[in-house]
Design a protein around this ligand. Structure first.
Ligand SMILES: CC(C)(COP(=O)(O)OP(=O)(O)OC[C@H]1O[C@@H](n2cnc3c(N)ncnc32)[C@H](O)[C@@H]1OP(=O)(O)O)[C@@H](O)C(=O)NCCC(=O)NCCS
Length: 161
């Protein structure tokens, strides 16, 4: 798997991945993202005009993008919240776990963050497992959504990715 930065041409695919039935079901809003909101959320990030939001595209090879990772970097700059969605046909094959591991290593190496959090619905068992497999630990357990955290360690700093 390779990860590349998202680009404007990825917008339609990202909107489709974000609006797949499972991604909607497990999203914080529980609703599809409108095109207008999608442009607000991803437009500047994909054009690299918004340094507080980064999008990475995991690809099996350069011609096969399989989903996206989004990192929202907080105002203080030391923490990012990550979200992820894969194309349904690439789910359940270990790619989500690998994308999270590689994407977070990239974020620690290049975005200047010390910790990465994720808000995951408890019912989303596959996602909970993928984040746990990638080294995240639950730091706040709520009824619906729980918060997971991965801290930067020296290994991330040394290896980069
Ligand atoms: C969540 C998501 C990114 C996980 O990626 P993935 O590639 O499907 O997951 P993986 O193949 O890495 O599997 C992670 C774990 O779930 C298990 N798993 C995967 N698919 C499964 C399924 N259909 N049923 C039961 N377990 C499953 C795997 O065996 C693995 O567990 P293990 O470590 O015990 O073996 C992906 O499924 C997805 O995009 N889902 C829709 C959007 C979404 O929910 N995003 C996350 C919002 S927080």
């Amino acid at each position: 798997m390779i990860l590349r930065p998202g680009a404007p041409d990825d917008f339609e695919k990202i909107l489709a991945w974000r609006n797949s039935p499972l991604a909607i079901q497990y999203s914080k809003s529980g609703r599809a993202l409108t095109r207008e909101d999608g442009i607000k959320t991803y437009g500047d990030a994909l054009s690299r005009m918004d340094s507080s939001r980064r999008v990475l595209i995991p690809c099996l090879d350069p011609a096969t993008p399989i989903g996206y990772l989004r990192f929202d970097i907080g105002a203080e700059g030391n923490c990012a919240e990550v979200s992820i969605a894969l194309d349904a046909k690439f789910q359940g094959q270990g790619h989500g776990t690998e994308a999270l591991k590689k994407g977070c290593a990239h974020a620690f190496a290049h975005y200047g963050v010390e910790r990465i959090t994720a808000v995951v619905m408890g019912a989303n068992e596959v996602s909970v497992k993928a984040f746990t497999n990638a080294g995240f630990a639950c730091i706040q357990n709520e009824t619906d959504f729980s918060t997971y955290e991965l801290k930067r360690d020296r290994r991330h700093g040394k290896t980069g990715e």
